[in-house]
Ligand binder design. Structure first.
Ligand code: PEP
Ligand code: MN
Length: 335
C-alpha cells in the first residue's frame, strides 16, 4: 500500500504515520515526490487495512499497489528517477554512453582506451577488476590493482567509473573505488548480493539475468530499493535463445515495457548481446532509436589480445563512429 500525504503535511504528521506503519509490523519507506511525500508500506504479511491510516492527520489518501514490485513500479512513483553520478545525469533526458574494456588488463591498456572513450564523447568508463568467468581457468581480473587503475582513469579523464562486484567478499572494496557498482547477469538473482547493494551509498547498475523475465528483473531491483538504495539503473544485455548467429538475443522490446512499468532508467548493452563486433553498431543505433536511457559498450585498443570478450569489443575508430551515429539518432528523437 501507498500512503499519500497532503502537500501541507508536517514532518511530525509524516513521522506519526511512519510510526503507525511500524506498529502494524511493516516497514515504512518515505518516497519524496515533487510537492508531497508518499509512504510505501512494505513487508506486510497479508492485507493492509486502509482504515488504519486513512483518518490520520496529514494523510490525503491510501492506494493499493497491485504490482508485486512496489517501490520500483510507477504506481508508487510516477516521475522518472534521475541519478546523478558526478557530472552525469542518468535518466535525465540525455543518452548516457558508458564504454571501456571488458576487463582491466594494465594501466597502459586502460588509459589508452579511456582516452578514446573521452575523445569520442563517452560519458563514463567501464572495466572489470573482478570478472565472473564461465571457466575457473580463465583470467579472473586484476582485483584491487585493477580498481586502482580505474581510480587513475577517473582522476585523469574525469570519467565516472562503473565496475562489477561479483560477490559479498569484494563488495566493500569495489564500493570504495566505484562510482557505480555493477551487478552482472549471472548475479541478478543473488539475493544476498542484492540486499548488500541495497545498503550501498553508490548507485547500482543491474543487468538483466540471461534467462530472466522483465518481472523477475524488476523484482531483483525491488530487493535493492527495499533495503533503502533508490538509485538503480537497469540494463538489458540480451537473453539466451536458440539462435547461434549471436551470443544472446537483444530484447529491445523490454525497454518500452520497463519504461511503462518502472520509473528507473533503463540502458542497453549491445556488446554482450551480440558477442560479435559487427553487430554492435547496428544494435546500438536500434537501442538509441527505442529511446533507451543509455548504452554500455565494450571497446579495446587491441581486441585480438584481450583477456576476455575480444570478439565483441569495438576498435577505437568504430566506437567513435558509434557515438556519432547514436548522437544523431538521439537528436532526431528530440526534434
Ligand atoms: C560485463 O559487463 O563485463 C559482463 C560480464 O556482462 P554480463 O553480466 O551482462 O555478462
Ligand atoms: Mn565482457
Amino acid at each position: 500500500m501507498l500512503i499519500v500525504m497532503r502537500k501541507d503535511a508536517s514532518q511530525q504528521q509524516i513521522d506519526a504515520v511512519m510510526q503507525a506503519v511500524k506498529f502494524r509490523g511493516c516497514k515504512a519507506r518515505p518516497i519524496p515526490g515533487g510537492d508531497r511525500v508518499s509512504i510505501a508500506v512494505l513487508f506486510n504479511q497479508g492485507a493492509v487495512n486502509e482504515s488504519w491510516f486513512e483518518d490520520m492527520p496529514g494523510v490525503k489518501q491510501t492506494i493499493a499497489v497491485t504490482r508485486p514490485y512496489k517501490l520500483v513500479g510507477r504506481e508508487t512513483k510516477p516521475q522518472d528517477t534521475v541519478i546523478q553520478v558526478g557530472p552525469v545525469s542518468i535518466g535525465g533526458g540525455r543518452l548516457v554512453i558508458i564504454a571501456g574494456p571488458c576487463a582491466i588488463e594494465s594501466e597502459t591498456q586502460a588509459m589508452t582506451i579511456a582516452e578514446c572513450v573521452k575523445r569520442s564523447g563517452g560519458d563514463m568508463f567501464r572495466g572489470g577488476a573482478f570478472k565472473p568467468r564461465t571457466s575457473p581457468y580463465s583470467f579472473q581480473g586484476m582485483g584491487e590493482e585493477g580498481l586502482k587503475i580505474l581510480a587513475k582513469v577517473r582522476e585523469t579523464f574525469g570519467l565516472p567509473i562503473v565496475t562489477e562486484v561479483t560477490d559479498l567478499a569484494c563488495f566493500d572494496m569495489v564500493e570504495d573505488y566505484a562510482d557505480v557498482v555493477q551487478i552482472g547477469t549471472r548475479n541478478m538473482q543473488n539475493f544476498s548480493l542484492l540486499r548488500r547493494a541495497g545498503e550501498s551509498r553508490k548507485p547500482v547498475f543491474l543487468k538483466r539475468g540471461m534467462s530472466a523475465t522483465v518481472e523477475e528483473w524488476l523484482m531483483a531491483a525491488e530487493y535493492i530499493l527495499s533495503e533503502g538504495n533508490p538509485n538503480v539503473v537497469l540494463c538489458e544485455r540480451g537473453v539466451r535463445t536458440f539462435v547461434r548467429h549471436s551470443r544472446n538475443t537483444l530484447d529491445l522490446s523490454a525497454v518500452p515495457v520497463v519504461q511503462r512499468e518502472s520509473h528507473l532508467p533503463v540502458m542497453v548493452d549491445p556488446s554482450h548481446a551480440a558477442g560479435y563486433r559487427d553487430q554492435v553498431i547496428p544494435l546500438a543505433r536500434a537501442a538509441a532509436a527505442v529511446n533507451a536511457h543509455g548504452l554500455m559498450i565494450e571497446v579495446h585498443n587491441e581486441p585480438d589480445k584481450a583477456t576476455s570478450d575480444g570478439a565483441q569489443s569495438l576498435y577505437p575508430n568504430q566506437f567513435e563512429i558509434l557515438c556519432r551515429q547514436v548522437r544523431a539518432i538521439e537528436g532526431i528523437l528530440k526534434e
